[in-house]
Write a protein that binds this ligand. Sequence first.
Ligand code: DAH
Length: 357
Amino acid sequence: MDDLKAKYLGQIADAGDENALEAIRVAAVGKKGEVALKMRELGKMTPEERQMAGPALNALKDEINSALSAKKAALADAALDERLRTEWLDVTLPTRARRQGSIHPVSQATEELTAIFAELGFSVAEGPRIETDWHNFDALNIPGHHPARAEMDTFYMHRAEGDNRPPHVLRTHTSPVQIRSMEKQGAPIRVICPGGVYRADYDQTHTPMFHQVEGLALDKDISMANLKWVLEEFVKAFFEVDDVELRFRASHFPFTEPSAEVDIRCSWDNGQLKIGEGDDWMEILGSGMVHPKVIAAGGIDPEVYQGFAFGIGIDRLAMLKYGIPDLRAFFDSDLRWLRHYGFAALDMPNLHGGLSR
Ligand code: DAH
C-alpha cells in the first residue's frame, strides 16, 4: 500500500497538464483502477486482516483524490498565469492619429435636413426600396397608361413566369412613403421620408441610385402659403445663410394640384458649382398641394384634410452646399474622395450647435 501511495503521489506531482492528471485518476482510483482492484481483494481476507486493510485502502483513496484536486487547481492557476503573461496589452499606447472613417456627404446632408425639419415639427418615416407598383404609381394618381411611368425610367423586378400581377419596382421616388405614412398614421400628419430611389439614368448630375426626401403635411387649414414658408425656412437653414434666392415655377405632377418646381440660383464657372450667385438655376425639388385622389388613396377624407407635399433631391443639396461638381463620384467608394469630402464622425448636426463645421 505504501508502494501504491508513493507511486501515484509521485505521478501526480509530475503531471504536466489536465489530460495527464485524468489518466492518473483513472489508473489509480477509477472503477477499474489499482485501488479498486485491491478493494476487491478484501473479500478473500480474514476478518482481522480486513479490519486493518479496509480503512487503510479508503484512506489511500482519499489521499490520492485530494492530491488530484490540489494538483488540478495548481495547473489551472498556472494556465491562467501563462495567459495573463502572453495576452498582455499596453493600454498606455496612444490611439492612431489618422481618423479611420468619415461621414458621407449624403448621410451628413440627411442628418442636417432631419434636424431642420424636426424643429419644424416633422417626424421621420421610412418605406421599402422595393415597392409595389400600386404604392409607387397608382396610389399617387399615376395610372397604368400615364406617361410619367415611362419618363421615370423605372427598374422593374423580375416576375415569375405565369405570374400576371404587376411586378414590384425599385421605387422611383420617395412619394410612395406618403401613402404608407397616411395608411399607418392617418391625419393630421407631418412627416419627412428620406431614402434611396432608383432610375435608369447616368450623367454628371444623375446616377441610377440617388436620394430624396419627401415631405408631407396634412391638416384642416393648410395652404400653399405654408408650403412656401416651410421651403424657404428649410433652404435658408440648410445653406446656413440669411437669404437664398428660390424660383417657384408652375409645373405639373400627377400627385399634386397645383404643383411647383423650385430652383435655386447658382453658377457653374469652370465646373465649380456655387450657390446663391450667377445666372444658372438648379432644380432642387418638386412640390404642390396633395391631390384629393392621393389623400383618398392614403385612406384619409380629402373633404376634411388638405395639405402640401414636396420631394427634394438630397444628393443635389449636398453637391450645392459642399461644392461637389460630379454626382457620380458620390457612389464610387473612392477613399480619397471620402477623405476629402467626408465629415468628422462624432459631430452631430443640430440647429443650435451648428449644422456643419
Ligand atoms: N416625386 C417627384 C419626383 O421624384 C418629386 C415630387 C414632386 C414630390 C412634387 C412631391 C411633390 O411630393 O409634391 O420627381
